[in-house]
Unconditional design. Structure first.
Length: 258
């Protein structure tokens, strides 16, 4: 019988992933990567967290990463139960970076002027509690608007932002995301680096761990959603069903858009 600790997307499995990462890579925050220039370590990791649901689970992953001396970047949406100053400041105090997980173009239903006003207000809101330098778009899977398109009209650098977690990074990064409850899943609609062709693949976290241990990847860029990595069988089952429902809905949405 399969025990809970051997299931994927648990805090136990996340701890295993952090352990093998710590043995093989130097971790960098997004700001450290963007400002390093030609002085990047020979083998480095970017660990990114998109905080889409409640803020609480992000504190759990941040504590585990601190144990392994992994410095991650946490992107928080500006929504109730997600934008929680006490948790955001506690995570930043551990040595992690805080970023803004923006979604104003989809929130504004495609109204670019309204979207950029909202963006400015929310950037100022974050800067009231933390040191904000980078941003990452929220995928908003069921919206027809891609939030990254805001930067086809405006420039995020005008707001003191030095980089965007998709648009400002090299196409040569080996990118893996747990979107869709798999690694680079077919249920992923927007969570990818534009222009990047994925050479290496992994379906499970154990696959990703083995790939890291093989030393084939000089760099690694991982995006995780803290809500998905649970610590109890009940919450694991809840999020398994939630992801299943979301994936089915996204498949239907993809077919409708064709």
């Amino acid at each position: 019988m399969l025990s809970f600790k051997n299931l994927d997307f648990t805090t136990h499995k996340f701890r295993q992933l952090c352990s093998v990462i710590a043995d093989n890579y130097t971790s960098l925050t997004m700001t450290q990567y963007l400002t390093a220039g030609n002085d990047l370590p020979e083998r480095f990791l970017l660990m990114r967290h998109d905080v889409d649901g409640k803020a609480g689970p992000s504190l759990r992953t941040a504590i585990i990463e601190k144990e392994f001396d992994i410095h991650a970047t946490y992107y928080f949406r500006a929504k109730k139960n997600i934008y929680v100053p006490e948790i955001i400041q506690q995570i930043e105090g551990m040595g992690h970076e805080i970023g803004y997980h923006y979604e104003t173009l989809s929130d504004a239903n495609g109204d670019y002027e309204k979207a950029i006003r909202m963006f400015k207000e929310e950037v100022e809101r974050f800067r009231g509690i933390c040191n904000l330098r980078t941003i990452s778009m929220h995928g908003a899977s069921f919206s027809k608007y891609d939030n990254r398109d805001l930067w086809k009209v405006y420039d995020f650098r005008d707001f003191g932002i030095i980089g965007e977690a998709y648009l400002s990074l090299s196409e040569n990064l080996n990118y893996f995301t747990d979107t869709g409850r798999g690694w680079n899943s077919k249920n992923n609609l927007r969570d990818f680096i534009p222009g990047r062709t994925q050479k290496f693949t992994a379906e499970t976290t154990d696959d990703l761990i083995r790939l890291i241990e093989s030393c084939e990847l000089d760099n690694l860029y991982i995006t995780l959603h803290p809500d998905r990595w649970t610590s109890t069988p009940l919450r694991w089952g809840f999020f398994w069903f939630q992801d299943l429902a979301f994936n089915l809905a996204k498949k239907s949405f993809r077919m409708m858009r064709k």
